[in-house]
Design a protein around this ligand. Structure first.
Ligand code: FES
Length: 647
């Protein structure tokens, strides 16, 4: 008779195994990731699985709880002492007694957005770079003078199959104490990444250590966002964010590069500042989750190229001028302590690869998260900041570029512009008949024409206008005829409405008559036109490289993308024509990519090989960029049609 067939879900991996094989062994042989710390002693409880009962006709499997061995004494003991949820079994103890469909429970990964964004659920198949291994080491013997550490290595090779183990230097001084404290039972943390490198013991605890944590972090030029994650369950246990303290050296990326060029200690000061902020954030998430920061064993970072270099302590001057040379573009592996990160002494750090001099590890993270290369549809992925990072592609080919949008979308260079903060106008509507506006500000749920609005903003006031609202107000001005296709405020309208004010030789639109007085000037509209033309021209170049005249889906990454209304983005021609239902905000996709790389070495290899294949387009060197840019100055565009807008 044939050996029983075992199918693992959700991976779908399957194989035939002799009767009596422990389910954990079958999982191992198929490369299905099931955690195990105690090495099958039925004490850690990390190897839990569930048997699905039923007839799985497609696979010709009849799976039932009778096809798995009953609980043995060890498993019963575990259940008695620590408890086992209903239907769960310890895969190290349960053996195969017939055809089985086995569910490996996946804890849901919650991608909590850093700012006001609905949570996104996502499953990440786990295969972390860190493994916890409990072993019982032979006691010393005068007749066999093998050292304590050497005997530890012998048993790690015997029980867990690790060959040529390296040992983090700091453990040499501690190993004897730890072995004796654990009465010869210890948990070793083994780091293995990349696969080609020898596995290393990076931490050691007396007794059974049943939890380890990792940090996934997105270092943005404005905001740093961090997740504290259980490496064993894959669960995010706490998240937090803070503004990047480098802002005090320069608001945007280029001013930080200039700061480095002009101040001999500038690079050092900014490196220290960002590392310190990460340590403080780590403190915060650890306190919130009740986790000891020394239990953090791994960390993954994404950042744009300049943030990436400053974090690593690299002078970013070369990135400030053509040919925008990166000091290192490939993935970086190092010790967390090399970067002054205050985690476990042996903790490791991994940085995703950068795509190009202006398209960083953050874009690589977003690419890993959204996966244009995993699908047939032509996906446009845009992350808008001072630079827009643009990725366009599908399974066959992926191209990427960055476009110098400038800070207008973030509210800078706009007369009443400000960051998204309480008091900032975030939504705008203009009545096309009366030209009267109404708006909503961050911190109040009410529109400005609703009863109680004045009271609701009495404390915070109406302070300015943020990036997403600038898009809306300009689009609404266009839709209500206040500005022409060329973006010029129609002075003749001044006769129709007191909202249109002369301002030198041009006209402005009065949005809020209070203190401060908030107007949208001709210069503001120009700044938005320039920014959106740069973005659109970059997108258009990539579409030409791909030989397509439309895109199937558009994903907006980053905070800005979460707040802008896709309809208004299209009215202004920021993005190419597309079914509005296929335009979505994907939140902090770069951070999600960092999380994926933290939980799975497979994802690290996936993005490393993908980045090598991505074709980089340098917009500044492309002769057609200027032509696209000029056409894109019109609203929505001089030459390109937007048929979906009309629908
Ligand atoms: Fe530890 Fe099964 S491997 S309980």
């Amino acid at each position: 008779i044939k050996d029983p067939l075992v199918l693992f879900m959700p991976s779908g991996k399957r194989g035939n195994f002799p009767l009596g094989t422990p389910v954990l062994d079958a999982a191992r042989q198929l490369g299905v990731y099931v955690e195990s710390v105690c090495g099958g002693r039925a004490t850690c409880g990390r190897c839990q699985i569930e048997v699905q009962e039923g007839n799985f006709a497609k696979h010709k499997i009849v799976s039932s709880n009778d096809h798995i061995s009953p609980k043995g004494p060890k498993e019963e003991r575990y259940e008695r002492v620590k408890g086992l949820p209903d239907g769960r079994r310890l895969s190290c103890s349960a053996t195969i007694q017939g055809d089985l469909v086995v569910d490996v429970p996946q804890d849901t990964i919650i991608n909590a957005q850093t700012i006001r964004k609905a949570a996104v659920d996502r499953h990440i198949e786990r295969n972390p770079a860190i493994q916890l291994c409990f072993v019982e080491v032979d006691e010393p013997d005068m007749h066999k003078p093998l050292g304590d550490l050497d005997r530890l290595k012998v048993v790690l090779e015997h029980d867990w199959g690790f060959k040529n183990l390296q040992v983090a230097h700091h453990l040499l001084a501690d190993v004897q104490k730890i072995l004796r404290k654990g009465e010869w039972g210890v948990t070793a943390s083994i780091h293995r990444d990349p696969e080609a490198e020898q596995p290393t013991i990076i931490a050691l605890w007396p007794g059974l250590k049943n939890e380890a944590y990792g940090i996934a972090c997105d270092i943005g030029s404005t905001t740093i966002a961090i997740h504290l994650v259980s490496l064993l369950s894959g669960r995010i246990v706490a998240s937090s964010g803070t503004s990047n303290p480098q802002i005090r050296f320069g608001e945007d990326l280029m001013s930080r590069v200039s700061y480095v060029m002009m101040n001999p200690d500038g690079r050092e000061a900014m490196t220290v500042a960002v590392r310190q902020a990460i340590n403080e954030l780590t403190d915060k998430v650890c306190t919130e989750a009740g986790v000891d920061r020394h239990d953090i064993l791994d960390s993954v970072f994404v950042a744009n190229p300049i943030m990436h270099h400053l974090f690593l302590g690299i002078d970013p001057t070369e990135l400030g001028q053509a040919p925008f040379a990166l000091a290192v573009s490939g993935a970086v592996h190092c010790a967390a302590s090399d970067l002054a990160l205050d985690f476990n002494q042996g903790a490791r750090t991994y940085l995703l690869p950068c795509i190009a001099g202006h398209v960083g590890a953050d874009a690589a993270g977003a690419t890993l998260s959204e996966g244009p290369y995993r699908q047939d549809k032509m996906m446009l992925l845009v992350d808008v900041g001072t630079n827009a990072e643009i990725v366009l592609g599908n399974r066959n080919r992926v191209v990427a570029a960055s476009s110098p949008t400038g800070p207008a979308f973030e509210g800078a260079e706009i007369s009443s512009g400000q960051r998204a903060a309480p008091g900032a106008i975030e939504r705008v509507r203009i009545d096309p008949a009366t030209l009267e506006p109404k708006f909503r500000v961050i911190g109040s749920e009410l529109w400005s024409d609703e009863d109680g609005f004045a009271e609701s903003v009495a404390d915070i006031g109406v302070t300015g206008i943020c990036g997403s609202a600038i898009i809306e107000v300009v689009a609404e001005m266009y839709l209500s005829g206040i500005i022409s296709e060329d973006g010029v405020v129609d002075g003749a309208m001044a006769e129709r409405s007191a909202r249109i004010l002369p301002n030198g030789r041009t006209f402005s639109y009065l949005l809020h008559d209070g203190t401060p007085r908030i107007t949208v000037t001709q210069n503001d509209i120009r700044a938005i036109q320039l920014a959106k033309s740069a973005l659109y021209a970059g997108v258009k170049l990539l579409m030409e490289k791909q030989g397509v005249d439309h895109v199937d889906t558009i994903s907006f990454a980053g905070a800005f993308g979460s707040f802008i209304d896709p309809k208004y983005a299209m009215v202004l021609g920021l993005i190419p024509d597309c079914d509005l239902s296929d335009v979505k905000a994907v939140g902090n996709a770069a951070g999600t990519g960092a999380l994926m790389a933290l939980l799975s070495r497979d994802h690290r290899r996936e993005i490393e090989s993908t980045v090598q294949k991505i074709e980089k387009i340098e917009t500044a060197l492309e002769p057609k960029f200027q032509e696209h840019f000029v056409h894109a100055m019109a609203l929505p565009n001089k030459v390109d049609p937007f048929p979906k807008l009309a629908e």
